[in-house]
Design a protein around this ligand. Structure first.
Ligand SMILES: Cc1cc2nc3c(=O)[nH]c(=O)nc-3n(C[C@H](O)[C@H](O)[C@H](O)COP(=O)(O)OP(=O)(O)OC[C@H]3O[C@@H](n4cnc5c(N)ncnc54)[C@H](O)[C@@H]3O)c2cc1C
Length: 413
């Protein structure tokens, strides 16, 4: 590598944070530019799942049959606003194309490249911070009210198994032993073993942001207004002034596409909003991440209480949170865990940056040398972040990676 290059990382979500650490590890000077506190946007409120086996894309064969039901159920697991709906049509068409079996399998293979080492990589990232306990071993419990649906021969489980996942089907009695606080309405479960959960995704961001500083990186709390190529590098213009860099990593989640628009780069990146309700006063503990497979919502014990996260809502970036969805999520939480009845949760909304194939964009822009994109991690950004960070550092350094990066290039669209 040449002399220490100065890399600017735009966006201090979990993707930007992990990229900054990997860049520092590979000998770069790094400045992370984040308008708020690092790790507190979408990366704050997720369900905390860190799994080598979350490798089933959202677009799977047969999804087209489920979409009308999902959309028509008021405050169901997915929704699109009437006003924004037509704007999402090209994205939806692409999404349906990605649901062909061959595409779904190829996307799953690519997801595994990013998720496969997630647990180990987080443990490495946390080493020396004194906060190793932020990641806990856990299983993913897919809980079913109708036992007939807990079917290990269904495609998603078959694909996981083919890639080496350790799965087990259990009945209602074993589920009660495993998770005594779960509603007795659940009659069976499928356990996905060998994964972990973040006990507080927001604090994980804070701890890793502190690691950036400990490694000699700088964090500027500024808002990026523009970025422009200059001779031998890039200028990043913020509300406070201009930062010159050798290279720039764009990791601003859903807001990345807006910053690319001045280069006439248009990408099928959808704002897919999700919500959580968090019961800080819940006097109970869940041992694992638990998905209600009817509601597509995930419950997990976090340091701040019991959190239930879910919903895929396509209503644009700027709309305010939808109170109807929060009410519905609270009801789901209380139907999953009866002891949450009569409790009042804190609520949160965040925006997943989602491409139709469930894969992010990770590449140096073809016509804009020195600008490296790392965004679009949709439902999987927490677990894909450490590997994404390493790939970004390899790209910045010019180190050939040992994995095929073509599924993450913009040329796929
Ligand atoms: C309900 C829900 C549940 C989820 N559950 C999981 C899960 O269990 N496991 C999992 O792996 N993933 C999960 N996800 C997905 C995961 O949270 C996201 O993929 C991930 O947080 C995206 O990280 P990011 O860094 O790209 O974006 P963000 O966290 O949104 O970070 C982008 C950052 O860029 C900053 N920024 C934007 N514009 C500018 C600007 N102009 N100047 C300066 N800064 C700027 C923002 O302030 C923000 O901090 C879930 C998401 C949701 C909504």
């Amino acid at each position: 590598m040449q002399d220490k290059q100065h890399v600017g990382v735009i966006g201090g979500g979990i993707i930007g944070i992990c990229a900054a650490i990997s860049l520092l590890d590979t000998g770069h000077r790094v400045t992370l530019i984040e308008r708020d506190a690092p790790g507190q946007a979408t990366s704050f409120g997720n369900a905390g799942i860190i799994s080598p086996w979350s490798i089933i894309p959202q677009a799977m064969p047969g999804i087209w049959k489920q979409i009308p039901g999902m959309l028509l159920r008021p405050n169901g697991p997915a929704g699109v606003s009437m006003r924004q709906g037509p704007g999402y049509l090209p994205w939806l068409i692409r999404f349906l194309r990605e649901s062909r079996l061959d595409r779904a399998q190829a996307n799953s293979d690519a997801m595994q490249l990013l998720c496969g080492d997630a647990v180990t990589l987080y443990r490495e990232l946390l080493r020396g911070t004194g906060h190793d306990d932020l990641i806990a071993d856990a299983m993913y419990v897919h809980a079913f009210r109708d036992a007939r649906n807990a079917d290990l021969s269904s495609l998603g489980y078959k694909m996981r198994r083919q890639k080496g996942a350790d799965l087990e089907r259990i009945d209602a009695a074993d589920l009660r032993d495993l998770e005594p606080n779960l509603s007795h309405d659940f009659q069976a479960a499928i356990l996905i073993k060998g994964q972990a959960r973040a006990r507080d995704p927001g604090r994980l961001g804070t701890v890793l942001a502190n690691k950036i500083k400990a490694l000699g990186g700088q964090i500027c709390r500024e808002t990026v207004r523009d970025l422009t190529p200059v001779s031998g590098g890039w200028d990043v213009i913020t509300n406070m002034g201009t930062h010159p860099f050798d290279k720039v990593v764009l990791a601003a989640g859903i807001w990345s596409a807006e910053l690319l628009r001045r280069f006439n780069i248009s990408l099928p990146l959808a704002a897919e909003r999700g919500y959580h309700v968090s019961f800080g006063d819940a006097d109970l503990h869940l041992n694992n991440s638990i998905m209600d497979t009817d509601a597509h919502a995930v419950a997990s014990s976090m340091d701040g209480g019991v959190r239930i996260a879910g919903v895929a809502e396509f209503t644009g970036i700027d709309a305010p949170p939808n109170p109807g969805r929060l009410r519905a999520l609270k009801q789901i939480a209380q139907s999953m865990i009866p002891d949450l009845k009569h409790k009042t949760p804190d609520t949160w909304m965040g925006i997943r940056p989602s491409f139709p194939d469930s894969l992010p964009l990770i590449e140096e822009c073809k016509d804009l040398p020195g600008l490296i994109c790392a965004f679009g991690h949709s439902h999987y950004g927490l677990m894909m972040a450490p590997k994404t960070g390493r790939i970004v550092a390899d790209i910045a350094t010019g180190t050939p990676t040992n994995i095929d990066l073509s599924p993450f290039r913009a040329a796929r669209f």
